[in-house]
Design a protein around this ligand. Structure first.
Ligand code: NIG
Ligand code: FE
Length: 412
């Protein structure tokens, strides 16, 4: 190895007990590649100008001259920065009263149809103003960072009027998130029916939302939007240049998987109620199934058929679904624990699902989600000499430090 010239913005993470990264170069990964993780023992990583330039074993590290920030990785392991490809981080207020009612036996769907649930958060979000929403995303993003999330998607969907939807998308962008327009999340109280609301959303909000967001999303579910309405909304969003996502099969199997495939969506998310035909269809498609076990846990609902999806060859990702009602959880390490204990995935499959495959859902798998030369230097240092503590330490604070674009942005 040659010596390197001095230069600004260099970072050397040295003496790592382990460095673990999804193998290969493609994405999204499917079984068996989903479970292939390269683990280097006694490793280092060198970054320059925000990009990874080398990873290797300490024995092969040449002299690094000039200005370089060093991190001592003794006793720690490094994994790629975690990518949360499904959050609802732009909301005001909370739903702790509803949580307490649910703890006493009320069901999430009943609360939703009684006008609390999502619509309660819509009221608080409309009242917050753009500055309040930006502050809320900043706070939530800080929580995510401390759990190792270096890239996050966040949806609007708690405004459901023009001003608040657009303010939400701007707030997400302002705080470094990747904005998704969830214009079809619920029917707001000022509209009599879903069709009339969608007319408004498509005519009055979509033209500007398409400039601010990367993707559009819809809640296809009994009590929210039906398959025909979801198709109309998604086709209009596609024609306006947005990538497509769907919330589907959360409570009932309502045609989300065939629609996602037909319309060329990037992902269909939730899938707790997906049956065998949906599993087979998804496996034969390019659509990524995004699994949200924290949401199933928080609502005490059945887990998605993750093992069957992976074994059938479907591309899957893991995400938190962070939101105030169905998953007040920003921790991807906890989601990895749930993936291993409840979804029957291996730690390696879980790691790939919330790094490279999640980056693929966000159209960024060429630069995020691996620790390899050419990828962005987004790194999580785990306070463990075995990287599998990521999933093993249930609810533990396993993240010791976070690096984004070659800079340390959080340290315990
Ligand atoms: O993904 N299911 C629809 N939307 C969110 C929950 C939103 C809420 O309860 O505030 C979800 O679970
Ligand atoms: Fe969601």
């Amino acid at each position: 190895m040659t010596d390197r010239a001095a230069g600004p913005g260099r970072l050397l993470v040295r003496d790592l007990a382990q460095l673990a990264t999804p193998s290969g170069s493609g994405a999204p990964l499917r079984s068996p590649a989903l479970g292939e993780v390269d683990v280097l023992e006694d490793a280092y990583l060198l970054a320059e100008d925000g990009l990874i330039v080398e990873v290797g074993r300490m024995a092969d590290l040449g002299s690094v001259d000039g200005e370089v920030e060093e991190i001592d990785g003794h006793g720690m392991s490094a994994i790629p920065g975690l990518v949360d490809c499904h959050t609802h981080a732009c909301f005001a207020g909370d739903r702790v009263a509803e949580f307490t009612l649910r703890a006493g036996g009320a069901s999430y769907e009943d609360l939703h149809s009684a006008g609390s649930g999502i619509l309660a958060t819509v009221g608080a979000t409309r009242a917050a103003g753009e500055a309040g929403l930006t502050e809320a995303v900043r706070r939530h993003r800080g929580w995510m960072l401390r759990s190792g999330t270096t890239t996050f998607e966040a949806k609007s969907g708690y405004g459901l009027d023009r001003e608040t939807e657009l303010a939400s998308l701007r707030a997400i962008e302002q705080e470094g998130g990747i904005p998704t327009w969830l214009g079809a999340h619920a029917v707001p109280p000022e509209f009599d029916d879903a069709g009339a609301y969608l007319d408004f959303a498509i005519e009055d909000v979509l033209p500007e939302a398409a400039r601010l967001a990367e993707a559009a999303d819809v809640f296809l579910e009994r009590g929210a939007f039906g398959a025909g309405q979801a198709r109309r909304y998604l086709e209009a969003c596609r024609d306006a240049g947005l990538k497509l996502r769907l919330h589907g099969d959360q409570f009932t199997e309502s045609g989300a998987v065939p629609l996602a495939i037909e319309i060329g969506a990037r992902s269909v998310d939730h899938l707790e109620a997906t049956g065998d035909d949906g599993i087979r269809a998804l496996a034969a498609s390019d659509v990524v199934g995004v699994l949200l076990p924290a949401s199933a846990l928080f609502l005490a609902r059945p887990m998605p058929p993750a093992r069957a999806l992976v074994d059938a060859g479907a591309a899957v990702a893991l995400a938190t679904d962070f939101n105030p009602g169905s998953a007040f959880c920003e921790s991807l390490p906890l989601v990895c624990s749930l993936a291993c204990t409840q979804l029957r995935l291996t730690p390696s499959e879980a790691l790939s699902a919330c790094t490279i495959n999640a980056a693929s859902v966000l159209g960024r798998a060429d630069r995020k989600g691996r620790l390899a030369p050419g990828y962005e230097a987004d790194i999580v240092l785990l306070d463990a000499s075995d990287w599998r503590y990521l999933a093993y330490h249930l609810g533990g604070s396993v993240v010791a430090a976070v690096v984004q674009g070659g800079r340390v942005t959080w340290r315990r």
